[in-house]
Design a protein around this ligand. Sequence first.
Ligand SMILES: [Zn+2]
Length: 174
Amino acid sequence: MSHNMPRFKYCPKCGGGLKAFWESNIRRLACTDCAYVFYENPVVGVAGILLNEQGQILLGRRCRGKYSGYWCIPCGYVEYHEEVHEALRREFKEESNLDIEVLNPFTAQSNFHDPDKHSVGIWFWVRITGGSLSAGDDLDELGYFDLDDLPDLAFPTDRKVLEMLRQYLSGVIL
Ligand SMILES: [Zn+2]
């Protein structure tokens, strides 16, 4: 990925100007007033893979922002003080009204599709423990889909993960 263009101009701690410097071939920004080093790290996203008895996956249709109208695996960002599994339980409840148990990760991938917000996503297997299916928050519709008959997807990484999942499940008797 390119490190040529700094995305930030001012120190988030004191408002001073940020100036670039090199550290082991990585371009970093540091405050010219308070010397704070502004590390640009990806944020962490979590997504839940929920299959029904027919082996279909639960997807939601997004209703906000630039991905409105496109479908995704229910997901969200981990808050700074939030435990990663708790974050997925919260996001799943907000978006589907389902209570879930978070099981093992299926995969973890870097997401570079949004230049303003790189993220590392973790796709967990989940299972329902309660609640009733109802779309909310960023989603206005939910549905179960065959892995070889998917709707228009919002995120390229979801597409990759769904193909990995299709291949994985084709070798698994459900
Ligand atoms: Zn500063």
